[in-house]
Design a protein around this ligand. Sequence first.
Ligand code: GLA
Length: 708
Amino acid sequence: MTVLFTIFASIAVLHTANTTMVLETEPGQELKTIYYGTKLSESETAMLGSYKAQRTYPCYGVIGTEEAAFAAVQADGNRTVQLRIESAETTPWDGGNQLCVTCKDGFYPLTVKIHFKTFKDQDMIETWTETINEGKKPVTLTRFDSGHLPIRVDDVWISTLYGTWANEGRVNTEPLTRGWKVIRNIDGTRNSHTSHGEVMISLDGKPREDAGRVIGAALCWGGNYELRFQTNDSDYHHFFAGILPEHDNVVLAKGKSFATPHLALSFSNDGLSGVSRNFHRWGRKYMLRHGDQERRILLNSWEGVYFDINEDGMKQMMDDIASMGGELFVMDDGWFGDKYPRNNDHTSLGDWTTDTRKLPNGVPGLVKAATERGIKFGIWVEPEMTNTVSELYEAHPDWIIKAANRDIVKGRGGTQVVLDMSKKEVQDFAFSVIDNVMKESPDIAYIKWDANAPISMDFSNIAYWQGFYAMVERVREAYPDLTIQDCASGGGRANWGVLPWFDEFWVSDNTDALQRVYMQWGTSYFFPAIAMASHISATPNHTVFRTTSLKYRIDVAMSGRLGMEIQPKNMTEQEKDICRKAIADYKRIRPIVQFGDIYRLVSPYDNRGFASLMYVTENKDKAVAYWWKIANFYDEHFPRLRFAGLDPERSYRVTELNRLDISPLAYEGKSFTGRFLMESGLEIPATNNVEYSLKSDWSSRVLLLEAL
Ligand code: GLA
C-alpha cells in the first residue's frame, strides 16, 4: 500500500496479489472509493483521475438522496453525522497492510475509524469500522454497516444463497434492477439457514463460473444481518453490509467504542469459481480453525440410531467404522440426562450428565472402546440451549431469553429455549459443558456443537453474540486442538463469523445425495470442501425418502469432508466393502479435496442433466473431478467433460475412483495433456455399467488426474 500524489490530492492504494482498491483520503474531506478491481500499476492508478469517486461510508443526515451506511443520534436529538478525514495511516501486519482512516464529526465529539486490511498473498480485503464516543453524553448508533461498496452500473447480476432447514445453500441468481434488494436474517442464532450473509456480484452480465469480473462479499458475523443493494438513478449500485440494527440500537456511553464485524471482499477476473477459490484459500489460511490439517473420516450415530443410544450399540458402530477404515466415531444426541433422560427432543438440554442407564461405563468407557479400536471419539453437545423440561431450567429459569411480561416462545420439541448468552454466569455454564466433558475424557478428539433454536423473543442480538464469542474464545483457549463442528439444525451456521472457532460445519440435515449436489454447489461459493461435512447415509433417505445408489451417495459425499451417517448393521457385506474401498480412495484424494482449488464446471442449476466440479492442487500436479447425473432419462446426450485449472503443458494419468463398472473406462490409466483435457475433454458414459444387482437410475463418476 503506497500513498501516491497524482491529480488526486491524497489517495491510498491497497494492493492484494491480483487486485487493487483505491481510496481518496484527503484530510478535511470525506473518505471516497475510486476503484476496486483488477490490479493496477502505478501509472494506471494515476489514470484513475477521470473516475468519479463515491463516498466510502455515507452517513445519514447531510448527504441528500444517498442511503446511509452509518447513522447516530446525539444526546441533544441531532440525528445527523458529518465525517471528515483527520488522518490516514498505513501499518504493516504479518500478512499484508492495514489502513486506518480516522474520521471525525465536524461538530460532535464522535470518531469513526474506517479500517481496511489487505492480504499480500490472497485476493482479499477486509473492511470494518470502529466508532468512539469522545463526548460526555451518550450517542446512540442506529445504523452501523461494516462497509459500503459503490459498484459501477453495467449488466450487474447477483448470486445469493437462500433456503431453509434441510434445503440450505440454494443459489438464486438475478440481475440488479432499479430499487432495493435486501437480504437479511433475523433467526438470532442460525444466520445461514435461510438467506446467507454472503453475495457474489457479477459485473459482466449473467454470472459465469470461469470468466467475468466478480466481487464476492462475506459478512463475518454469526448474528442477524442485512445486505442491501440500492440502485437509484445514478452511475452506481450501492452495496451495504452490516449487522441488522433493528434488534439493537448501540448506545455508546462516554469514552466507549463499538467495532463492527469485518466485511470480506474479494475480486476476481475468473468468474464465480475464481472468487470461490479466493475465499477458500483465505478461509483455510486465516479463518477456519486448523485449516491446514486434514480432517478425519467419521461415522456419526444420528441417522443410524437417533436417540437410541446405548453402550453396545455405540461399540458396534465403532467396530463397523473401524473395520471400514474410518478414523473417528461421533456419538450424537441422546447420551445425557438424569432426572429427565434425553429420549427425544422434548427434554434435557442443559443436563449434561451422562445417562448411565444407557452408558454404564460413561463416556470414558466409550473413549476407551474407541481407542482400543484404533479410532478417535467425538460427542454431541448443544451448550447454548435448554428445554423447559430440564433440571437446568428448574434451577435457573432466569437464564433463558424471554421478553418481560410475555409468554415464553418455545422451539424444537415444544420446549426448547435459548440461554441468555449475555449473562456471565450463562457463558460460564456453556464453557463448563465442554470443559466438564473434556476433563472427564481428555482424549475426546471431536465435538459436534449444535444450536437448534432461534431467538424468538425481543432481545439484543449483539449482546447474545458478544457473549457467544467471549465464551467460545474461552473454549478455544482451553482446547486449541479439539476438532469442533459447527452445526445449527444443519447448515444454520455456515458463515465466516463463526468458523474461526470451528473446524467445519454440517451442511444440512438433509443427506439426500441429489439434493446435496445442489446444496453443496451453492455452499461452495464461499466455503471450502474441508469445512463441508458430507455424509453417506441410508436409502430411502430419511428426509426426502429418495432412493439413490450407494455409489452415487459415496461420489457426492466424497466431494466434501467425507463421513458416514448410517447404521452399518443394516448394510450388506457387499455395501460395506464398497464403503471400505471408498474410504481408502478418499484417503488418496483427501489432500486434493481438502486443500485444493475448486473449479465448478457444470452447474446443476443449469438443468443440463448433470453437474460437475473438480479440485486441483495448488501446484497443479493432481486433480479430482466429479460428475453426477441429476436426472435420468433414457438416451440422454451429454457433452464431453472439459476440465479446468490444469497445467496445459503437463500430462495427467486418469484413474477412476469408486469404480464399480464391470469394464474400465476407455481411458483408464491413460495420460492426456492438460490442454487436451481442458479443450477437448473426456467422454463420460451416461450410465454406470455395473452388474445387474447394482443397476440403478443413478450414475456418477470420480476421476483422479495425476501429473506424470
Ligand atoms: C440437529 C442436527 C442433527 C442432529 C440433531 C440431534 O438437528 O442438525 O445433525 O445432531 O440435531 O438432535
